[in-house]
Design a protein around this ligand. Structure first.
Ligand code: NAG
Ligand code: ZN
Ligand code: ZN
Ligand code: ZN
Ligand code: ZN
Length: 503
């Protein structure tokens, strides 16, 4: 299922990176053009700008007024929630208060009655910001927007908060938020049978983008519910439940949350005897933990609990520093990952998995300026560890897993700056030379297969799937392999792509 969201906006940091009309990245030539009036939103070209004007007109005035009264440059642009709510309210007027468009927004579920105190505070704050953004000075002035009281506004905000989706780039990088009432009807599962992605279509027309796709991860029988996940399903149960309670006001009783398993791979230690089995995390109340396979007990559980605590704190800190002070964030991830690893934490466990992912992002951000064999190899090792961690948590074809595999393959395919020679290279990971290229090739072929599932076959696995396919073709030339199996797989993809557009 594919549809254009009713409303979407870019987050503030992405306003100068992506087009505010089609959500595409800056064109390679010339970059994005700024709206000359508000100097805030940017577009690919005048076509994108003109198309967005009906939506941007009132937003443009509001942005200028907001900036003029902002206490500092840092606050010159309202946050994504405020801007998105602005577009919802102006959109309701533009489309008509009784239009299906406005009705669909009104029909989204509200959790105002069961709101957690923490959420209540942030929603009140948001209401104040929206009022300021609209330039409204009394509750009566809200009436033209179909809001009869301040309570109606709080209600709208509550509906908005529980029904918003993250807008992502084809690589799954979050770039903004969107509201799509029809998709918001879908219920949650921590083991969903469908996912939401924005693959970007292969055709040149950007007029319809961004298109939200709901993609089935597996066969869904007639009468079976389509379920998506509202939270990151790689997180352990307690964290998933906390977010679902705080933001969506319900207690999840999905299979993954209610099934009693001997050990969740999201919270596990390697068997101390290395039998291949895992042990559940110890807790303060129940420090004794044993391998589920051979029953060997973990010796020093205090050390494990300490490592987990330190890891959790470091993850929060490093995440907060990722863009502000990436060097410091990288210092944290570099120091803490070995602590968690030596405590026996498995790569799929929290917070090691999240930490590994962050470490990988920080290393990749550094690569263009600090490309050496050593940093490249560390990046590859980190990507391999992250990808391996995901394998035991997410089903084949899950977009997160597919993208991670694609990233690993691309990193392995980067030209080695100074490959080690002869005996130095033996037994190392990643390998060097042809062995490395072969591994790159295999990873990309696997990634492509999974991208076709997670981002949909019809579009060739989304923009990323099409890119990976090109990388495969390049590597094939390099490697001189051209096995019939691969050729068939690629032809299938081409046939699938040609299908809908040739009609
Ligand atoms: C979501 O769950 C509710 C309660 O179980 C159910 O009534 C509703 O039909 C479900 N919605 C969808 C779209 O499956
Ligand atoms: Zn554009
Ligand atoms: Zn403007
Ligand atoms: Zn659940
Ligand atoms: Zn064991």
């Amino acid at each position: 299922m594919a549809m254009r969201p009713h409303v979407w906006v870019l987050s503030a940091v992405n306003l100068d990176q992506y087009c505010s009309a089609c959500a595409g990245p800056a064109p390679a030539e010339g970059g994005l053009k700024r709206c000359p009036k508000c100097k805030t939103v940017r577009y690919c070209n005048s076509e994108c700008q003109n198309r967005d004007w009906a939506w941007h007109k009132r937003e443009c005035d509001a942005l200028q007024k907001w900036a003029a009264t902002a206490p500092s440059a840092e606050h010159a642009i309202p946050g994504e929630a405020v801007r998105c709510l602005g577009r919802i309210l102006w959109g309701s007027q533009k489309e008509g208060l009784d239009s299906p468009w406005a009705q669909e927004i009104r029909m989204m579920q509200s959790n105002r009655a069961s709101l957690q105190p923490s959420a209540f505070e942030s929603q009140t704050h948001l209401a104040h910001s929206v009022v300021r953004y609209l330039g409204v000075s009394s509750p009566q002035e809200l009436e033209p927007y179909g809001l009869r009281s301040a309570g109606d506004l709080v209600d709208l905000i509550s509906r908005f908060t529980t029904n918003t989706f993250t807008l992502t780039a084809p690589s799954l990088t979050p770039i903004g938020i969107c509201v799509a009432p029809a998709v918001a009807l879908a219920n949650h599962s921590c083991d969903p049978n469908a996912v939401i992605v924005f693959p970007r279509s292969p055709s040149a027309s950007s007029a319809k983008e961004p298109l939200l796709h709901v993609v089935a991860l597996r066969e869904i029988a007639v009468g079976k519910e389509v379920r998506i996940s509202y939270v990151d399903t790689t997180l352990p149960k307690a964290l998933r439940q906390k977010e679902l309670k705080e933001v969506y006001s319900f207690v999840c009783q999905c299979k993954l949350c209610s099934r009693a398993v001997p050990a969740d791979p999201r919270e596990a230690l390697w068997c101390p005897k290395r039998c291949g089995g895992i042990c559940p995390y110890p807790t303060e109340d129940d420090p004794l933990t044993r391998c589920v396979k051979c029953n060997a007990p973990i010796g020093d559980t205090d050390a494990v609990l300490d490592a987990l605590r330190v890891g959790e704190e470091a993850l929060d800190k490093a995440t907060a520093l990722q863009f502000r002070d990436p060097a410091k964030a990288k210092q944290l991830t570099s120091n803490i990952i070995p602590i968690l690893t030596s405590a026996g934490v498995t790569p799929s466990s929290h917070p090691l998995l999240a930490m590994t992912r962050l470490h990988q992002e920080l290393l990749i951000a550094d690569l263009p300026t600090a490309l050496s064999q050593e940093t490249l190899d560390e990046t590859v090792r980190t990507a391999a560890k992250y990808s391996a961690g995901l394998q035991s948590l997410l089903p084949k074809g899950h977009p997160v897993r597919a993208v991670a595999l694609g990233e690993l393959g691309k990193l392995l395919a980067v030209d080695e700056p100074s490959p080690p020679s002869g005996s130095d290279a033996a037994g190392r990971f990643p390998p060097s030379g042809p062995a490395r290229l072969k591994l790159a090739y295999e990873s990309l072929v696997k990634a492509h297969e999974e991208l076709l599932i997670g981002f949909g076959k019809a579009g060739g696995g989304g923009q990323l799937g099409r890119e990976v396919r090109e990388a495969i073709v390049r590597l094939e030339k390099e490697l001189g392999v051209w096995t019939s199996g691969i050729r068939n797989a690629l032809e299938d993809t081409r046939a699938a792509r040609a299908g809908p557009s040739s009609k």
